[in-house]
Design a protein around this ligand. Structure first.
Ligand code: PLP
Length: 401
């Protein structure tokens, strides 16, 4: 943040100042017991977070990336498997898939929601895969691997269109692991079940990140798996702790992926405020929506789909003059971000996979046109107005040109 910053992209200072005495009390409690890894803070957080997500179990780990990797592995995904996700996400989504041993495959996003397009998933399964009647699994015709799982990403705080995804997963025998790293508290209206479902309660398992900037953030690294499946919960708990269920009895080779009790204690305090912060984000988003509505020709607001209650992890506008808009806002002292500028399939890290420009056009066009405006719990009227005025000024000036 420079001295000319009028509205930061995200403000993590104010919130912690407000909670300071409660957070320091947690540190004191943990120092007194010196139980730094695991223990009652972690178990308490797991219970409370599972309840928040309407899930039976939660397994706390040390990052969202590990949560996703352990969830996949615990669900039986490994070498010779294909996991389908979207190329419009943070690279952690695909890192978790490859590091679980599986092969990444993509389907493109829906243009309006920025999440997995179920029709493209259907098309992928129908055209590229065939039933192996011996095993009952679907196998990719060219790659010769089992299509084992799908990872919809609830991007920007909005859940993917889960009814059709769950239906396809049931039809094609796929495990569903939600990447809910940006969607703590988001909801989806399931027409099939005629009720709202919470992120983290829909697939066989889900992964959450508590990276500091997320809707629920630790003061360091943290993550969690949620699931209703006892076996997945147990296996994930084993994987995070060197493959042991009992100390020094290692049933499998695992990882050092535990959550520490300081972070767990901090997360328990912050979890109590999460619903309120999510409401503040939602209210701020609706205010942005109405202030930006007149500009829809040049700068369009994000769409909250009819099936969705978004928690607006990010507020992402879209314009063909994205780079110019970003420059204009930076000069006006307004922080912005691009989530994400390079689609995963075009990252250098995956050059050997043979993906190329043109493979996933919706993702590619989004990457060129999206811009994330300031968004955080506690974003105030004055800040909202400064941002909206600056965007409006840009849009009217560029129309006049
Ligand atoms: C943040 C994030 C992750 C990874 O979480 P970490 O806690 O940083 O490991 C995974 N997927 C998405 C979509 C994310 O935004």
């Amino acid at each position: 943040m420079t001295s000319t910053t009028k509205v930061p992209f995200v403000d993590l200072v104010t919130m912690h100042r407000e909670l300071e005495s409660e957070l320091l009390a947690v540190c004191k409690r943990v120092f007194e017991t010196a139980g730094f890894i695991g223990g009652p803070e972690v178990e308490g957080f797991e219970k409370e977070f599972a309840a928040f997500c309407d899930a039976k179990y939660s397994v706390a780990v040390n990052s969202g990336t590990d949560a996703l990797r352990f969830a996949l592995m615990a669900a039986g995904i490994g070498v010779n498997d294909i996991v389908i996700t979207v190329p419009h996400s943070f690279i952690a989504t695909t890192e978790a898939i490859s590091q679980a041993g599986a092969r990444i495959e993509f389907v493109d996003i829906d243009r309006r929601s920025y999440t997995m397009d179920p029709e493209k998933l259907r098309n992928y399964m129908e055209t590229q895969c065939a039933l192996d009647s011996r095993t009952g699994n679907y196998v990719h015709k060219k790659l010769g691997k089992r299509v084992a799982a799908v990872v919809p990403v609830h991007l920007y705080g909005q859940m993917a269109d889960m009814d059709p995804i769950m239906e396809l997963a049931a039809k094609y025998n796929l495990v569903v692991v939600e990447d809910a790293c940006q969607a703590h508290g988001a909801e989806y209206f399931s027409k099939k079940q005629n009720r709202w479902l919470k992120a983290g309660s829909v697939g066989q398992a889900a992964a959450f990140s508590f990276y500091p900037g997320k809707n629920l953030g630790a003061c360091g690294e943290a993550g969690a798996i949620t699931t209703n499946d006892e076996t997945i919960a147990k296996k994930s708990a084993q994987l995070r702790d060197h493959g042991q269920a009992k100390k020094y009895y290692h049933d499998v080779e695992g990882y050092n992926g535990r959550l520490d009790s300081l972070q767990a204690g901090i997360l328990r305090i912050k979890l109590r405020h999460l619903a309120k912060w999510n409401e503040q984000r939602h209210a701020a988003a609706k205010q942005y929506d109405s202030m930006l509505a007149p500009l829809s020709e040049s700068v369009s607001a994000p769409q909250e789909m009819s099936y969705s209650k978004s928690v607006y992890h990010l507020y992402v506008v879209r314009t063909e003059s994205r780079d110019e808009l970003q420059k204009h806002l930076t000069e006006a002292g307004i922080g912005t971000g691009i989530h994400y500028p390079i689609p995963i399939h075009l990252q250098k890290a995956y050059a050997s996979m043979g993906w190329k420009e043109g493979d996933y056009p919706e993702t590619e066009s989004a990457a060129k046109e999206i811009l994330s405006l300031p968004m955080f719990g506690g974003l105030n009227e004055n800040q909202l107005k400064l941002v909206s005025d600056a965007v409006t000024q840009f849009a009217t000036a560029s129309v006049a040109k």
